[in-house]
Structure formats: structure tokens, C-alpha cells
Design a protein around this ligand. Structure first.
Ligand SMILES: Nc1ncnc2c1ncn2[C@@H]1O[C@H](COP(=O)(O)OP(=O)(O)OP(=O)(O)O)[C@@H](O)[C@H]1O
Ligand SMILES: [Mg+2]
Length: 576
């Protein structure tokens, strides 16, 4: 009934929970005092020992207790709020820090939609757990014991004992449904996050779905998933309703039994009128806190099921703390093996040397492992065996910050943020002046286009969808140049774009390679003819390496590829 991990996670909230319990208890004291006053007033009026004027004092005292109750209720709610606010803050902070610690590899652990749901919706659910359920848990056990003694001393021990015996039936019912509830709720949460992921994915891929007229099919698929979600939601509601019915039966049945016993005792002249009125008015209080605990329990279970997912994410193993910083130097891959999944090794002992300041080409057929090498050098993936070093330091020990300062990766399909061109460029160099930005834009042949729009204030839509493919790629290059890192990796940065853009980019890359280390991954061999060394990959192995001329002389894979590509290009020219 109680999740210690959650309490341990946020000890700060303990004081607010205690505050809430104390205030609720004070509220009960006010209630009891008020009922006591009413009971005695009724008795004295009934026995005619009091006149109407004698009612002034009790009336004033009742008014005072009502005012006191107003404040205790108000502050109890405030304490609930503070407890849940603290927990939400701490949990969100923990998720965020975990994400940062997992670094760029976080996507291996959870999808974006899952994370958003856990950190927003899941954490929200914890609000009821800490704000309502936990304080009620303590309060609900304190009240029957306190009332037992009050009833015993103030009336009949027999009635008090019967009521006290009935109370544990409610937590009994809770424990009984807990196992079933846990199972159903975990299913509910699983289905909920799954539906969220599918929804997000389909929404993002809407254009593609429309293109292939597959939206109808996806619609049917999503309907099926929604139906599964509806069913599991109904199962949750049915379970909750059933258990609440049982709890109501115990709570109100128990109170009725107490009242009946008190009335019988009164008729047998074992109890005075004031005592029986007191017991009648207060017997429901025996059960109500437990009953309320029962309803909070269902909300809290939801939070606990969500927290299971959060704890699972928080306990994911993290990469070791990396503290080394790199200075400019050679990049070396020695006998590097890598696989995405156990069944299939992608790189089988790759050896590459990228000397400082050199221009290196990596070519090879599609799927041979070129981009995989780039992801290893940029620290997005970790090699299974072998060694990767930068400036003499093992890449596994270098901090992400330092690595990102050292290497800029430009792939195909760069990411831009909604905002202005200036804002997107300043990501790479926060202090760059407008002049500097214009200079780089002009080098990347974007200046004229942007001048015809709103200059640096030209608005970019989400992921720069209002630019052409070639413009986007040139803007990505401009941003990369601004980053001014010692090493640049271009991974098919000129694929599928217009010839002018390609030429502009290639000429900038060639300029960059004069004083930077450049690794150029390309399927077009013409792009790497000037490289100091070209590595030719075949199925995860380096099949050949050397300069363009040396490789042609070898008359191997590279030479064959070169002949095919040259023939194709010449054919194109002849045809024109
Ligand atoms: N995230 C991934 N999970 C599992 N396998 C992957 C993943 N990314 C790539 N692969 C597999 O690894 C192999 C190498 O992929 P990689 O992207 O390195 O090829 P590439 O040489 O860059 O190809 P291309 O020229 O088409 O870009 C491929 O067979 C691919 O199926
Ligand atoms: Mg690739």
C-alpha cells in the first residue's frame, strides 16, 4: 500500500505530509468539540435544564470551532499542494538530469513520446500520491484509534470495539484489489504510452502517409489501438467502481451498525442522551478517513504504476562519467568492431588514421558502415571492441562537451529550430556579430537569397521546411563553419541536392580542409579525389586505402567504382 522508493526519492516532502496530517487531526478535534457542544445542548434543552439564553455560549464556541476548521482545512490543502509540488519538481529534475547523463545515447533507452508522457503525465499523477494518498494513509490509521478511546471514555466501550473491528475491513479490501489493480494499471499505462507513441509517429509522418494513401490503413490500425486502450480503461474503471462499492458498504454499514448499537444502549438506559447523540453524529468519522483513503488509493495506484516506469528509466545504466578534455590531434580507429544488435556485426576490425589537418575520404557501397564509423567518432555510439582515440586520448574517457567542441558533424537532413536564421546560426557561435554571419552566409552562397527576404531575421519554419533542400544544406554548412571546431565530418552532406548547391558546399569544404581536419563520407568518388587518403569500405571492412591515384593503380574495388561512375557521368554529358 505504500511505496518506499517514492518516499526516499523525495524526503523533502515529509515535513509537508506531517503538516497535513496534524492539520487534519486538528480539524477532527474541532469537529469533535462542535459535536460535543451540540450533544450537550440538545440534552440540556431536552431535559429543560437550559433556557434559550444558555445556548449563547455553546453557539459562540461552535462558531469559533467553525472558524478554526476553516483555517485547518485551508492549510491542510496548502500542505498537500506543497508536498506534491516538491515531488513534481524533484522528479522532473531527476528525469532531466538522467537524460543529460545518458547524453546523446538516450534514444536507445526510450522513445521521445514515452519520455514526454512519463515526465509530464506520469509525474502529474504523483501529485495525488503525495498530496492526498500518503497523508491520508497516516491520518486514516490514527483516527479510528483516537475515536475508539473517545467513544470508550465518552460512551460505550462495546460500540467503540465493534466499530474498531469493522474499520480494518476497508484496508483489507484495498489490499485485496491491489494485486489486480497493479496488473491492470500497468497494462493501462503500457497501452497509454504506446498509443501516444503511435499517434506522434503518425502525425509526424502524415505527409508520407498521404503520399502513399496509407493514412486510411494507419487510421484503422490506430482505431484498433484506441479500442484496446478503451477496453483497458473500462477495466480500470470497473475495478475501481467495484472496490469503491465494497468500501462504501463497509463504511456506511459499519457506521449504521454503530448508530444502531448506540441507540439500543440508550433505550436500555445504558447511555445518556448526550452520549448517544455524540456517538450517532461521530460514528461515520470512524470510517470516512479510511473510505477516503480507498478512493485516493485508486488515483495513487495510477501514480505508482507511472512511477514504476519512471524508476525503470531512472535506473537505466549510464555511461561512465567522462571528464577528459581533448586537444587537437590525430583520430585513430584501431581494430574497431561494432554491432547494433548481437545477431549482426556491422564493423569487423576497422583501422583508420585521420592525421591532424588532413583531408580523409571514406567511400563504399550503401550499408557498408560509413555512417556507423561517423557515429563512433562523434561518440553517439560506443565500439564493442578495439580502440578509438582522439589526440591520444581514449574516446570513452572524453567528456561529451569536449568532444562536441572538437568535432562538428554535418549529415544529410540537418535539424533547424523554429525561429529566425540568426537564432539558428547563433546556436553555433553565441557571440558572432551580424557581419560575421553575413560573411559565412555569403561564402555558402545564401546571402543574396536571404537579402531578398528579411535578411538574418528571415523566419524559419519548424525544421526549416520553408527552405529548399539545397538551401537547407548550405545553411547547415554555414552553421557548421561558425562552430569553428578543429574537426569536421561530412556524411553525404551533398547528397540529393542541386548541382549549384553541391558545388558551393564542396568549394567551402575544400577551403575548410586547408586548416581543419576534414572527414568526407560520400558515395561520389569525385568528391574525394583530392583527399590525402581514401578508405574504401566493403561490408564493414576497409578493403583498400590510399590516394586517388594509388587506388586507381591498385585496380581494385575503388578503380572499378571509379570507372562505373565516370562512365555514368560522361554518358550524362554526352547525352546533353
Ligand atoms: N540504428 C541502427 N540499428 C540497427 N542497424 C543499423 C542502424 N543503423 C544502421 N544499421 C545497419 O548498419 C549497417 C551500416 O549502416 P550505415 O548507416 O553505417 O551504412 P552507410 O555505409 O552509411 O550506408 P549509406 O551509404 O547508405 O549511408 C547497415 O546494414 C544498416 O542496416
Ligand atoms: Mg550513411
Amino acid at each position: 500500500m505504500f511505496d518506499r522508493r517514492l518516499m526516499k526519492m523525495c524526503p523533502e516532502s515529509k515535513k509537508y505530509i506531517a503538516g497535513n496530517v496534524i492539520l487534519q487531526f486538528l480539524e477532527l478535534c474541532c469537529n469533535t468539540a462542535m459535536i460535543l457542544m451540540i450533544a450537550f445542548s440538545v440534552q440540556n434543552l431536552y431535559n429543560k435544564t437550559w433556557g434559550l439564553t444558555d445556548l449563547i455560549l455553546p453557539a459562540v464556541m461552535i462558531a469559533v470551532t467553525v472558524i478554526l476548521r476553516f483555517f485547518t482545512t485551508k492549510y491542510a490543502v496548502r500542505m498537500s499542494y506543497l508536498a506534491s509540488r516538491t515531488v513534481k519538481r524533484v522528479m522532473r529534475e531527476k528525469i532531466y538530469t538522467k537524460l543529460l547523463r545518458l547524453g546523446t545515447s538516450y534514444r536507445e533507452h526510450a522513445t521521445t513520446a514515452e519520455l514526454v508522457q512519463e515526465s509530464v503525465e506520469g509525474v502529474e499523477q504523483l501529485e495525488s500520491y503525495f498530496g492526498l494518498y500518503v497523508p491520508q494513509f497516516f491520518y486514516a490509521f490514527m483516527v479510528p484509534v483516537a475515536l475508539f478511546f473517545l467513544f470508550g471514555f465518552g460512551g460505550s466501550w462495546k460500540v467503540a470495539a465493534v466499530l474498531l473491528i469493522c474499520v480494518p475491513l476497508i484496508p483489507g479490501a484495498i489490499v485485496m484489489v491491489q494485486k489486480i489493480a497493479k496488473k491492470i494499471l500497468s497494462k493501462y499505462w503500457g497501452q497509454y504510452t504506446k498509443l501516444g507513441s503511435t499517434f506522434l509517429e503518425n502525425l509526424q509522418g502524415m505527409t508520407t502517409l498521404k503520399t502513399y494513401q496509407a493514412d486510411e490503413y494507419k487510421n484503422v490500425e490506430m482505431n484498433k489501438e484506441s479500442e484496446r486502450f478503451r477496453k483497458v480503461t473500462m477495466a480500470v474503471l470497473t475495478m475501481q467502481l467495484n472496490s469503491i462499492t465494497i468500501m462504501d458498504f463497509v463504511a456506511y454499514g459499519g457506521a449504521a451498525l454503530g448508530i444502531l448499537l448506540a441507540v439500543i444502549a440508550f433505550l436500555n438506559k445504558e447511555l445518556a442522551l448526550a452520549n448517544v447523540i455524540f456517538m450517532i453524529l461521530l460514528s461515520a468519522e470512524f470510517f470516512l478517513p479510511m473510505r477516503r483513503l480507498g478512493s485516493y488509493f485508486h488515483v495513487a495506484m495510477n501514480g505508482m504504476a507511472a512511477s514504476d516506469k519512471i524508476f525503470k528509466f531512472l535506473s537505466e545504466s549510464e555511461p561512465d562519467e567522462k571528464t577528459e578534455t581533448v586537444s587537437d590531434g590525430n583520430i585513430e580507429l584501431k581494430n574497431v568492431c561494432f554491432s547494433y544488435d548481437k545477431e549482426r556485426e556491422i564493423l569487423h576490425g576497422v583501422n583508420i588514421v585521420v592525421p591532424r589537418g588532413s583531408f580523409i575520404g571514406i567511400v563504399g557501397e550503401s550499408g557498408s558502415g560509413k555512417s556507423t564509423i561517423a557515429s563512433l567518432i562523434t561518440g553517439r555510439r560506443t565500439a564493442d571492441s578495439g580502440k578509438i582515440s582522439i589526440g591520444g586520448k581514449d574516446i570513452g574517457t572524453v567528456s561529451e562537451d569536449s568532444l562536441m567542441r572538437q568535432i562538428t558533424y554535418i549529415g544529410f537532413g540537418p535539424v533547424f529550430f523554429k525561429g529566425t536564421v540568426r537564432e539558428n546560426l547563433l546556436l553555433a557561435d553565441r557571440t558572432a556579430s551580424d557581419d560575421k554571419l553575413w560573411k559565412v552566409l555569403s561564402d555558402c552562397e545564401l546571402a543574396d537569397f536571404l537579402r531578398s527576404r528579411k535578411g538574418l531575421d528571415t523566419a524559419l519554419a519548424e525544421n526549416a521546411s520553408n527552405l529548399s533542400g539545397g538551401q537547407k544544406q548550405r545553411l547547415a554548412l554555414a552553421r557548421a563553419i561558425l562552430h569553428d571546431s578543429p574537426v569536421y565530418i561530412f556524411d553525404e552532406a551533398t547528397s540529393n541536392i542541386d548541382i549549384e548547391s553541391e558545388e558551393a558546399i564542396l568549394s567551402q569544404i575544400s577551403k575548410l580542409s586547408e586548416d581543419k581536419t576534414v572527414v568526407m563520407i560520400s558515395h561520389r568518388l569525385a568528391n574525394v579525389v583530392n583527399a590525402d587518403t581514401v578508405y574504401v569500405m566493403v561490408s564493414g571492412n576497409i578493403a583498400e586505402s590510399g590516394t586517388h591515384e594509388e587506388l586507381l593503380k591498385q585496380n581494385g574495388v575503388y578503380a572499378r567504382l571509379w570507372q562505373t561512375q565516370s562512365a555514368l557521368e560522361n554518358y550524362g554529358k554526352e547525352a546533353v
